[in-house]
Design a protein around this ligand. Structure first.
Ligand code: HEM
Length: 223
């Protein structure tokens, strides 16, 4: 099965990207701010960086089948906390991207689009599980997480591209930053959709399944 072959490498890539994303948050105050606008809104930036780092650090455990099935209560309460963390991260991301963008209008467009998708995905993931629709809950939470995780890929595209161009101008740096954001978001969205489709049929009930049946079925399946 293709998905069984891909599961291990995909998990490895996720762990690596989580490490990169959490490191970006953890080292934020050790670096000179890349965007002078950060200094005008220190609380919003701090909320984004710290809560985003916590979201990235703990969200992966929600996708581990063994934790979900053996520690159902943990999954529920951590899930509620993660939705709150994600919403705060997404709202502050929209603020930063729309009000103090380092790369002007292109950044407003890209962050406006993907920041909104991130918030909608979190909302839908939560609403579906409240309505006991396990399959849709899983899929929307994968979408939300994949967008959050793409900030790590953005850095893995942006930093080497800056290094490749010797003495880049400010305009080049701004352009590369927003192109890296867009490329990372698109790659993650495509991989998430591909994974959802690859694992959808056999792994989870299609619609309207009760929570107990859905969890029983999905926890018995491998994600
Ligand atoms: C989910 C975990 C997230 C973490 C850990 C995180 C982390 C960070 C960090 C550390 C910064 C400071 C920039 C730096 O110096 O490296 C930052 C800035 C920013 N983040 Fe996030 N972020 C997350 C999610 C998001 C999401 C989902 C979006 C939008 C879709 C987003 C949009 C932004 C924007 C627009 C900035 C400002 C960039 C600029 O000045 O051009 N972030 N983030």
């Amino acid at each position: 099965m293709v998905r069984d072959i891909l599961r291990g490498p995909l998990a490895g890539v996720v762990v690596f990207l989580v490490f990169v994303g959490v490191a970006a948050s953890a080292t934020f105050y050790l670096r000179k701010p890349v965007n002078p606008g950060f200094l005008d809104f220190p609380t919003i930036v701090a909320l984004h960086v710290v809560l985003g780092g916590l979201y990235l650090l703990f969200a992966p455990f929600q996708f581990v089948r063994r934790i979900r099935s053996k520690h159902r209560l943990y999954h529920r309460w951590a899930g509620r906390a993660l939705v709150a963390l994600g919403l705060a991260t997404g709202v502050t991301a929209l603020f930063m991207g729309l009000v103090i963008p380092a790369s002007g209008w292109p950044e407003r467009v890209v962050i406006g689009l993907f920041g909104s998708v991130f918030l909608v995905a979190l909302h839908k993931g939560f609403a579906h599980i409240r309505a006991r629709r396990v399959r849709q809950h899983r899929e929307w939470m994968i979408r939300a997480f994949s967008i959050g995780l793409s900030i790590a890929t953005q850095r893995l595209i942006f930093i080497p591209s800056i290094l490749v161009i010797a003495n880049p101008t400010n305009a080049q740096i701004e352009m590369l930053s927003v192109v890296a954001f867009a490329a990372a978001f698109l790659v993650h969205a495509c991989v998430a959709e591909a994974w959802i489709r690859l694992t959808r049929k056999c792994d989870a009930p299609q619609t309207g399944t009760t929570l107990q049946t859905g969890v029983a079925e999905t926890s018995g399946a491998r994600r």
